[in-house]
Design a protein around this ligand. Structure first.
Ligand code: AMP
Ligand code: MN
Ligand code: MN
Ligand code: MN
Length: 276
């Protein structure tokens, strides 16, 4: 069974509509899919309907932006269907400053010689309240400033480069708490992306677990095979469940459906007690 518990639609920074995301996943052999848009639940209804149509299982999900020790960390929530209203209200505040931040990002890019970035990014943002770095990256590609989205995140939009504006997202314990209150399970997303030393990673995992976190994303689009092993070991050591998800954003933008290996069979999958 292909279980993919991490992807994005154009309600956040994905390139496809929720229904298109589901159809693509189904065509590529996914049997169980969670849509996990950043800080927004707006795509879940459409995706659920499309999944019924396509004959695959659907899990309501979200990916919450968190600031932990000055770094941006992502927490995926799975199975949040029971408390969507309360969670939705909490997320409104998390995403509230995105437009202001986008204006500051555009000003910073302007100083670096790249004009028109705010309008450009907003053209790529189907849901303007969710405008973010991926939309700026797509604009930078379109404007010929960089070759691809990866290149945009190498030379721009990251700490120390033009277009990066720090932002105070949710607190770790709050994000995990909202997910648990919504009846969901919290998963620490792509831990290989944070550039944390062994000690800091250990503390992050401990605090995450303390707050009620249940799983670690082990197999995901941005991890290398070495990282599957490393974060599998982290999950095992801390008695956390393991999760798996492509982090699909759009065709040709990295993580893709139907292309990931299965979880190591020695790990306890986050879906173990789901009625699949
Ligand atoms: P934001 O929430 O606006 O800060 O944007 C974060 C998003 O940028 C992530 O969810 C990814 O989709 C994207 N992103 C961040 N770093 C990279 C990277 N190195 N390569 C590709 N996409 C990235
Ligand atoms: Mn994203
Ligand atoms: Mn993420
Ligand atoms: Mn993601």
């Amino acid at each position: 069974m292909d279980i993919d518990l991490h992807c994005h639609s154009n309600m956040s920074d994905g390139a496809l509509s929720p229904a298109e995301v589901v159809q693509r996943a189904a065509q590529r052999g996914v049997d169980v899919l969670a849509l996990t848009d950043h800080d927004v639940l707006a795509g879940l209804h459409e995706a659920r309907d499309a999944a019924r149509e396509a004959g695959i299982r659907f899990i309501e999900g979200v990916e919450i932006s968190v600031t932990w020790r000055g770094k941006t960390i992502h927490v995926v929530g799975l199975g949040i269907g029971a408390g969507l209203t309360e969670l939705g209200t909490a997320l409104e505040e998390v995403r509230a400053g995105r437009l202001t931040r986008a204006k500051e990002m555009a000003q910073d890019l302007e100083k670096a010689g790249v004009g028109g970035a705010l309008e450009g990014a907003l053209r790529h943002a189907n849901n303007p309240v969710m405008v973010g770095r991926t939309h700026f990256a797509r604009f930078l590609v379109e404007a010929g400033v960089v070759e691809d989205v990866k290149g945009a995140f190498r030379s721009y939009l990251v700490p120390g480069k033009p277009g990066y504006v720090p932002y105070d997202w949710a607190k770790l314990a709050d994000a995990v708490g909202w997910i648990v209150q919504a009846g969901g399970q919290a998963v620490l997303a792509h831990p290989g992306r944070y550039g944390l030393s062994g000690g800091a990673l250990e503390e992050l995992v401990l605090q995450f677990k303390q707050a009620g976190g249940e799983g670690v994303e082990v197999v995901t689009g941005s991890h290398s095979p070495d990282q599957y092993a490393l974060f599998g070991a982290v999950a095992h050591t801390h008695e956390l469940a393991a999760s798996r998800g492509s982090d699909f954003h759009g065709p040709g933008e990295g993580g893709e459906f139907g292309s990931l290996p299965p979880l190591d069979s020695r790990l306890r999958p986050i879906w173990q007690r789901w009625n699949l």
